[in-house]
Design a protein around this ligand. Structure first.
Ligand code: IPE
Ligand code: IPE
Ligand code: MG
Length: 246
């Protein structure tokens, strides 16, 4: 039996967030340049996306480029931005075939105009697809997102659109860049690192965290299914006792 057959389709995580990490180390292991790892990483994106669609996961969010990643060598940053543009163009067909809608979060104003253009075009082309929303976190960091939300809500309060006494967790969440995506239920990080690296800090409050030593270019749909299986075997208590859940 393959893992997909072991998965309970009635208990799927509705939103899976992934930190795709380890491209550089994957390339280094092979004596190649880091960018070679990023290119191979695109193959993993395609396979994992198709795997998620086949399973019936409606939301997949991928940490593609962080605010902190701007500090990498210029050559690598340029190569990543070019790869983004070429991959979007190449993968639009796969997205159409699979009913995937492209979405993006992050400070997109920081991206090169070519990248913004191709993102917008693909988002438009795929806007009526309904099977899965693929969100790319680009020039994204959770502290940027939260600070930005604070600014917007403060402005709304000053302008009298929001009553400070009525601000709840739900109202605040509406000011986050990721709104209206549901909170991820499962967060996967590859490459053996066990940290969040400024990813979806608010939204991951109660996500199940799954870490694997596999480097991102080696991570494929079977690995996604393994993570989902483990997710289904965990008891999510949300502060309650085990007995209360029974
Ligand atoms: C993840 O792989 C891709 C990005 C952060 C853009 P890395 O490039 O971080 O690979 P490692 O962690 O150096 O191996
Ligand atoms: C996190 O990976 C960002 C992305 C995967 C896009 P990094 O490789 O940049 O994270 P750190 O710096 O090692 O924590
Ligand atoms: Mg890394």
């Amino acid at each position: 039996m393959t893992n997909i057959e072991l998965i309970d389709r009635n208990k799927l995580p509705q939103h899976i967030a992934i930190i795709m990490d380890g491209n550089g180390r994957w390339a280094k292991e092979k004596g190649k340049l880091r960018v070679f790892g990023h290119k191979e990483g695109v193959e993993s994106v395609r396979d994992v996306l198709e795997g998620a669609v086949d399973l019936g996961v409606p939301y997949l969010t991928l940490y593609t480029f962080s605010t902190e990643n701007w500090k990498r060598p210029k050559l690598e940053v340029t190569a990543l931005m070019e790869l983004l543009v070429s991959s979007i163009a190449k993968e639009t067909r796969t997205m159409m075939k699979n009913g995937v809608r492209l979405n993006a979060i992050g400070n997109l104003d920081e991206l090169p105009s070519k990248a913004v253009k191709s993102l917008k075009k693909c988002m438009e082309d795929t806007s009526t697809n309904t099977k899965c929303t693929l969100t790319l976190a680009l020039s994204y960091s959770a502290r940027w997102e939260i600070t930005d939300a604070v600014k917007s809500i403060a402005k709304a309060a000053v302008e009298g659109e929001v009553d400070v006494n009525n601000i709840t967790e739900t109202t605040f969440a509406q000011y986050l860049n990721s709104y209206p995506l549901p909170d991820p239920e499962l967060m996967i990080r590859t490459s053996g690192e066990k940290r969040i690296s400024n990813y979806l800090l608010w939204q991951l409050a109660y996500a199940e965290l799954y870490f694997t030593d596999k480097l991102w270019p080696d991570f494929r749909r079977a690995d996604l299914y393994e993570a989902v299986l483990e997710f289904q075997n965990r008891e999510r208590r949300f502060g309650l006792t085990s007995e209360q859940l029974k």
